[in-house]
Design a protein around this ligand. Structure first.
Ligand code: BES
Ligand code: ZN
Ligand code: ZN
Length: 491
């Protein structure tokens, strides 16, 4: 991946020197601005395209015009923003992404985009840059032959207003989300818990964050036995990352804890998974990757609140040393757990991590985890489930997610669901019945998150996308980074 350059310019889009100029046009604005300003310039070409319905401004549709009259650039890309009144910032982010995906090529063009200027230009610049950075991401880092080599060399945003802060924010957030996607894309043989800790350490050094990594001996000394029980079947040692962001002058007493599941490969352990699609379980560390991406961005954006990312990482393997179904382990909290299914391992490592987050002094918690297949059945690959013990805190996170175009859905947490989570011989079993599996998983976590305000995001469906979209390639999505950044910035 070639890294892009980003700039702002006050030069009008038609006069800008770039390989391609991009105009964002709307469904219902074909006659007036900006169509008509360009109607003249292009000799009536744009209204003609609308009339012939070749391009009608539909959301994420594009039309590429070669050697356009009236433009200095050799290409003119029209990209549809949909109905002008519905083109919110989350939609504009996607429009920016669709423009980049339409123009990425081996020629590595420079492109100029006219900022629509319908709302705050700074916010528009931010989301256009985010969309561009996310769209330029490629998963083919391991290819040595038939490399498609597509990229964009640089982006120039045309606007009359200063928007440098929006540009910097957009870059920090987009690149941090891509950092998270890169971790998720790496396979289990490359990205072991030890390697994840090494990547987190490099990232922390570059971002100016403090990091501490607890290894096997320290985890044993701390008695994190639900975590260690999962890890014991693997030759790869576990790692618990603690990454700290501390503001220069904390405006509040609040301390946000971001806890993320990082199972670098989940075979299921002795309760082994079917081999079909097991390779997908390299993305079982996406929750941890989201937390590392979020705190990386926060280091640049500098919120006024203390933030600690807590990322427990293990590999879940079957072996002669592996945890058995029926084993009983004592968690850091003191609660005992009967491990009825070794494939329900995420909640076991999160149990100790959530207790540890409390011991570290966090006042508010969010966890993200590819926790259950059952959330994929419920919500598909679009939305993540949001479970919480505190309506106020959940409402804040739902609002942040909506503002940044990450789709959540609130899930129920009635006390009665605990009836399904009873063990005759330990405090808790690690699984309930088949039904409502994502809810019993969340109820299990709640036993370790209470009494702090806490939201659990089950991102098993949203963390990995099977299909290309007009604005994004298939593969790791980096889900959660933007919502968590927004949440911390508003604390
Ligand atoms: N990592 C899986 C959940 C998962 C499934 C993530 C599909 C992404 C896609 C998790 O550790 C798991 O195996 N959960 C089990 C729990 C069950 C044994 C109660 C599941 O969901 O089947
Ligand atoms: Zn599992
Ligand atoms: Zn798992």
């Amino acid at each position: 991946m070639v890294s892009m350059t980003f700039d702002l310019t006050k030069t009008a889009i038609e006069a800008v020197e770039a390989d391609a100029a991009v105009l964002i046009l709307f469904e219902d604005e074909q006659g007036d601005r900006p169509g008509d300003r360009f109607a003249e310039l292009t000799d009536g070409l744009i209204p003609e395209l609308y009339k012939r319905k070749e391009f009608a401004g539909k959301f994420l549709n594009t039309a590429l015009i070669h050697r356009p009259t009236g433009f200095r650039a050799g290409r003119l890309l029209l990209v549809g923003g949909g109905k002008a009144t519905e083109c919110t910032l989350p939609r504009l982010r996607r429009v920016g992404g669709a423009a980049i995906r339409a123009l990425r090529s081996a020629a590595k063009p420079t492109i100029a985009i006219e900022v629509p200027g319908r709302e705050s230009v700074e916010s528009e610049v931010q989301v256009l840059i985010e969309g561009a950075v996310l769209a330029d991401y490629a998963v083919d880092t391991y290819k040595t032959i038939d490399v498609d080599n597509k990229a964009i060399a640089g982006i120039l945003l045309c606007t009359q207003e200063g928007a440098e802060a929006g540009l910097a924010r957009g870059r920090a957030i987009g690149e941090s989300q891509n950092f998270s996607r890169g971790l998720v894309n790496d396979p289990g043989n490359v990205l072991t818990p030890t390697e994840l800790a090494a990547r987190a350490t490099t990232m922390a050094g570059e971002a100016g964050l403090e990091i501490e990594v607890l290894r096997q001996p320290q985890l044993e000394a701390l008695k994190m036995k639900t975590l260690l029980g999962v890890s014991q079947g693997s030759d790869q040692p576990p790692a618990l990352m603690i990454v700290r962001y501390r503001p220069e002058n904390a405006a509040s007493e609040q301390h946000l804890g971001l806890v993320g599941k990082a199972v670098t490969f989940d075979t299921g352990g002795i309760s082994i998974k079917p081999s079909k699609d097991m390779h997908e379980m390299k993305y079982d560390m996406a929750g941890g990757a989201a937390m590392l991406g979020a705190i990386r961005a926060l280091a640049a954006l500098k919120p006024n609140v203390a933030v600690t990312a807590i990322v427990p990482s293990v590999e879940n393997m079957p072996s002669a040393k592996a945890q058995r179904p029926g084993d009983i382990v004592t968690s850091l909290s003191g609660k005992t757990v009967e491990v009825l299914n070794t494939d329900a391992e995420g909640r076991l490592i999160l149990a100790d991590a959530l207790t540890y987050a409390q011991q570290l002094g966090c006042t508010h918690l969010v966890d993200a985890a590819t926790l259950t297949g059952s959330i994929v059945v419920a919500l598909g690959h679009l939305r993540s489930g949001a479970f919480s013990n505190n309506d106020n805190w959940q409402t804040k996170l739902l609002a942040s997610a909506a503002a940044v175009g990450e789709k959540l859905w609130p899930m129920p947490m009635d006390d009665e669901y605990m009836d399904d989570l009873k063990s005759p011989i330990a405090d808790l079993p690690n699984i309930g019945s088949r039904w409502g599996g994502s809810i019993t998983a969340a109820m299990f976590l709640k036993q370790f998150a209470d009494p702090l305000p806490w939201v659990h995001l089950d991102i098993a469906g949203s963390a990995w996308q099977d299909k290309d979209a007009p604005d994004l390639p298939s593969g790791p999505s980096g889900f959660g980074v933007r919502a968590l950044v927004d949440l911390a910035m508003k604390m």
